[in-house]
Design a protein around this ligand. Structure first.
Ligand SMILES: *[C@@H]1O[C@H](CO)[C@@H](O)[C@H](O)[C@H]1NC(C)=O
Length: 305
């Protein structure tokens, strides 16, 4: 028994068949790798019917790391400037404030990278601003409020509109899924403006049926991992059931939203900040190296719509 990890030579036939039977059986979390002949594969007892695939954006469809590095670097400068401008903050205290700021958002300043499933990668910008402001005040930077941090953030503009796509042929994948009669939606913690900019740049905007962004959900707890965004996408899709939805994402927030909303199937991908273990623990039914591997899950017999 092993997790499906990216070092597994995939798709070779045995694994391919295993994944198919796995989806039918929904044995959460663990894949049995085998080379069993077809006849030994359990036939699906009740076919799994997808109506909608709900993709996360950052770390799932697009590589947000260059943008997040730029964001952290600029925000850290703003924090340092604010420390300099505040009376009674020693250099050592300023270092501690910056270090606490990084911890609060889940940033490793040594590796210049996200900590696994960091708030910075999984929460909306409004929530990240809140978390940052609270963290800065708690570590002794008096007088900093949400509005000031929001101003620093706003001054950066659309930090992630330039994110490169994580797979080569995203449009091809989306077309493949749509040909099976399945809707495509995006559920992101990022804002509307940069989400639209990314979809346009990735040439998939015309292939996305519905999307819901971080600035369109209640700033206090309405975003992922709350089940609300998925339920809203079900409503937009004409009142389909969460069980007819597949949720695909790279963080525990995505997997948790899938689990809490009652999504039919939850896919974790390893192109972002979540580890396989975290994703499985927070509700992923399967973990794939990247979204390109979804093609192998969309076999006609599981798409009976
Ligand atoms: C941050 O990155 C460094 C260098 O890669 C690593 O040694 C360290 O363990 C990381 N810190 C945390 C908290 O993960």
């Amino acid at each position: 028994m092993v997790y499906l990890r990216y070092y597994v030579p995939f798709p070779f036939l045995g694994l391919f068949l295993t994944i198919r039977s796995y989806i039918a059986g929904r044995a959460r979390g663990i894949l049995t790798l085998s080379n069993s002949p077809c006849s030994e594969i359990t036939a699906p007892t009740s076919p799994f019917v997808f109506a909608q695939v709900v993709f996360d954006k950052d770390g799932t469809l697009g590589d947000c790391m260059p943008a997040l590095r730029a964001w952290c670097s600029e925000m850290t400068k703003a924090v340092r400037r604010r420390c300099d401008d505040t009376d009674g903050i020693s250099a050592a205290h300023a270092d501690r404030i910056v270090s606490d700021f990084h911890s609060s958002i889940g940033w490793n300043s040594t590796s210049n990278d996200l900590l696994p499933s960091a708030p910075l990668s999984s929460r909306t910008w409004a929530e990240v601003v809140d978390i940052s402001a609270t963290g800065l005040r708690d570590s002794g930077l008096d007088g900093v409020d949400r509005d000031e941090v929001l101003r620093w953030h706003r001054d950066l503009g659309l930090v992630d509109a330039e994110d490169p796509p994580l797979i080569d042929d995203m449009a091809g994948l989306f077309e493949h899924i749509r040909r099976l009669g399945i809707l495509i939606s995006i559920c992101t913690s990022d804002d509307r403006a940069s989400t639209d900019a990314c979809m346009t740049r990735w040439n998939v905007r015309h292939l996305v049926d519905f999307s819901i962004c971080g600035d369109e959900v209640d700033a206090r707890g309405g975003g992922k991992p709350s089940p609300g965004p998925l339920w809203e996408l079900c409503r937009l899709a004409g009142g389909i059931s969460p069980r007819e939805c597949m949720v695909v994402g790279d963080t525990t927030s995505d997997a948790e939203m899938g689990q809490r909303s009652g999504a039919g199937f939850v896919v974790g991908v390893l192109t972002g900040s979540g580890t396989a273990e975290q994703l499985i623990r927070s509700g992923a039914d399967i973990v794939l190296p990247d979204v390109g591997y979804l093609r192998y899950l969309f076999l006609p017999q599981f798409c009976l719509r």
